[in-house]
Each structure stands twice: as structure tokens, then as C-alpha cells.
Design a protein around this ligand. Structure first.
Ligand code: Q46
Ligand code: ZN
Ligand code: ZN
Length: 324
């Protein structure tokens, strides 16, 4: 027997076992948008008088997030970072194309800020990685550092109230699980839907999709007809977080709602002071080159990456091109 939508009785498009809720293709996207708004309010992420910057990668989560925020009437701009990753699938070209088309075809009034790493700093991510890591490791360590730096910088310098990312519950739970397995207490102290801009130079970071399972964001993108890049970055393969996700999926399969309970239970216990972690409030210094906060005096880790190579342009400020 077909499963029916709880609201209208038509055939359901999705069944969410953890909520014991089935919804049809019309009522599911409505529910999804309402739930996003609830999460934004629940964690006091931002309001309609503020500007938000959404980090978009061309994937289902980030484009869905931007779509939902625009539908809800938030002043949300997009930020795309061109990493210059090919990996045999033209990964960066394709992901940029998805973001560009999202704006031109769906939200022509929206603003997409583009920072191309090669154009601004002179090298693609694989090139920086090959030079600094000498080909030993995947480029993820330098890629993460560069992305975090640019996202923070554009959000902070642009005066945005928050930088929003499309991390979903599966992402958050995999990170939480990894942090617990390795007792990364410093990370556990800060992990959550909101990372406040506690000190000058840091943008506030928020994750409005943190209560959605990945299949729920995928269903939203599908039902809304959002054209996104299906392929993951070629370097993501074999990562620890993917292995964690696979194990956690097995637990979820046997006990629906496990991930949600694990994540929300952690946040609640920390909020109520049942578990406490020491925070490493290290003294911060302004980087001598770019002025961004850094834990050690001198030059920040981002600027150090480019030291031995003269960048194509000054590292002073990312050059932005705006589309839309
Ligand atoms: S860090 Fe690594 Fe990602 Fe950068 S190189 Fe690709 S997989 S994109 S989230
Ligand atoms: Zn319905
Ligand atoms: Zn610097």
C-alpha cells in the first residue's frame, strides 16, 4: 500500500521515519522551508534586517540553502570559490556552472560573488598543494585552510551578519563522531549550528540545515528542480568522514533517529552544562601581511602558503567579481 501524505492524503514523495512523517511532492518542500526557518530562529542565527553570505559549491546542500533563504525573503548573497580542481571531471568548471545557472535561471536578482583562487593568488588548489605538500598528501589540508580564509574574509570585510554553509545533519554528526572518537575537546567546545564572531576579524558562522538529513536536502533539491553537481570533489574519495558516514548510516538504519538524537543531545548537554570542554582562547595577533587574526605572532598560515611564490596579485584583499 502506498504511503500517504499526512497533510493531503496523496501519495507521499518522502517518508521521514525519525519524525514518523510522510509528505507529498507539494507539501514536502513547504515543510522543509518552514523547518529551516525554525532552525534559524531556534538558534538565533540571523534575522531579516541582516545580510547573510551563503557559501555555495554547486552541490545540493548549498544551492538548496540559498534557494530556501531567498524564498524566505532573507537578504542572502552567494559566495563561490573557484578552486581550480579538474580531477578528470572538470569538477570546478562544472560546479561554477551550476552556481552561475542557479542565479541566471532561477534567481536573476541574486548576487553571486566569485573568488577564483588562481586568478587572485596565482595558483589552483592542486598547484599550491603540489608545491607545499610535495605531492605527499591530498590537497584537502591546504584547500580547507584557503576556503576558510576566503569565506571568513569576504563575510567579515563585506559586513555580513553571518556566513551560512549548507552542512546537513549527516555532515555534522560525522564531524561530531570523529571529534568524540579522537577526543578533540577544543573542537567539541566549538562545534554547533552557530559559531559566534567572538573576536574581531572573525565572521559569525551558521548552519541552517543542521537538523536535516542528507536525503532530505537531496529530496528538496530534486522536488524544486534545482540543477546541482552530483559528483563530489574527486579528492573526497576515501576520506575518514565518508567512512564515518557509512558506519553511522548502519546505526540509523537499525534505529531511525539515532543521528538526530546524538547531535541534538550533545548540543543540549553542552548548553545545560552537563558536559563542559575547555576552550583554547589563545591570544590572537594581526597577521603582518593581511591583518587577519592569527594565533602566532608574525604571518598567518594562509599568507605563509604564498610566501615562496610571488602571487599574481597582492594578497591584500581578494579581488571579487560579482555576477547577477
Ligand atoms: S577539501 Fe578536499 Fe574538499 Fe577541497 S580538495 Fe576537494 S575534498 S573540495 S570538502
Ligand atoms: Zn500533501
Ligand atoms: Zn595573513
Amino acid at each position: 500500500m502506498a504511503i500517504r501524505c499526512r497533510k493531503c492524503g496523496r501519495e507521499a514523495a518522502i517518508m521521514m521515519r525519525q519524525h514518523r512523517l510522510a509528505l507529498c511532492e507539494e507539501h514536502y518542500p513547504e515543510w522543509f522551508v518552514e523547518q529551516t526557518e525554525r532552525t534559524i530562529r531556534m538558534f538565533r542565527m540571523f534575522d531579516r534586517s541582516e545580510r547573510v553570505l551563503v557559501a555555495v559549491s554547486g552541490g545540493k546542500d548549498s544551492l538548496s540553502l540559498w534557494d530556501v533563504l531567498l524564498r524566505l525573503g532573507y537578504a542572502a548573497d552567494g559566495l563561490y570559490i573557484g578552486l581550480g580542481i579538474d580531477g578528470g571531471i572538470r569538477y570546478s568548471d562544472q560546479s561554477y556552472e551550476k552556481c552561475r545557472r542557479f542565479v541566471t535561471e532561477r534567481w536573476p536578482g541574486a548576487r553571486l560573488i566569485v573568488v577564483d583562487v588562481k586568478e587572485v593568488y596565482g595558483e589552483t588548489i592542486p598547484e599550491v598543494a603540489a608545491r607545499t605538500l610535495r605531492g605527499r598528501d591530498k590537497p584537502c589540508a591546504v584547500c580547507g585552510l584557503i576556503k576558510r580564509y576566503i569565506m571568513n574574509r569576504v563575510a567579515y570585510d563585506g559586513g555580513y551578519a553571518a556566513l551560512a554553509t549548507g552542512h546537513n545533519l549527516d555532515d555534522e554528526v560525522a564531524v561530531l563522531f570523529g571529534n568524540v572518537m579522537n577526543w578533540q575537546v577544543g573542537y567539541l567546545a566549538r562545534q554547533g549550528p552557530v559559531l559566534p564572531a567572538s573576536r574581531p576579524g572573525f565572521a559569525r558562522k551558521v548552519k541552517p540545515f543542521c537538523r536535516f538529513y542528507e536525503r532530505e536536502t537531496a529530496a528538496y533539491a530534486l522536488l524544486r528542480g534545482i540543477d546541482y553537481i552530483y559528483d563530489e570533489c574527486p579528492y573526497a574519495e576515501g576520506s575518514t568522514s565518508i567512512a564515518y558516514k557509512e558506519w553511522l548510516a548502519k546505526l540509523e538504519e537499525e534505529r531511525p533517529g539515532t543521528k538526530l538524537r546524538f547531535y541534538l543531545g550533545f548540543l543540549k548537554a553542552r548548553e545545560e552544562g552537563q558536559i563542559r570542554f575547555a576552550t583554547d582562547e589563545a591570544e590572537l595577533h594581526a597577521c603582518e601581511k593581511c591583518g587577519q587574526p592569527t594565533s602566532a605572532p608574525g604571518i598567518c598560515a594562509f599568507c605563509r602558503l604564498w610566501e615562496k611564490r610571488r602571487p599574481a596579485r597582492a594578497v591584500a584583499a581578494p579581488v571579487l567579481s560579482t555576477e547577477g
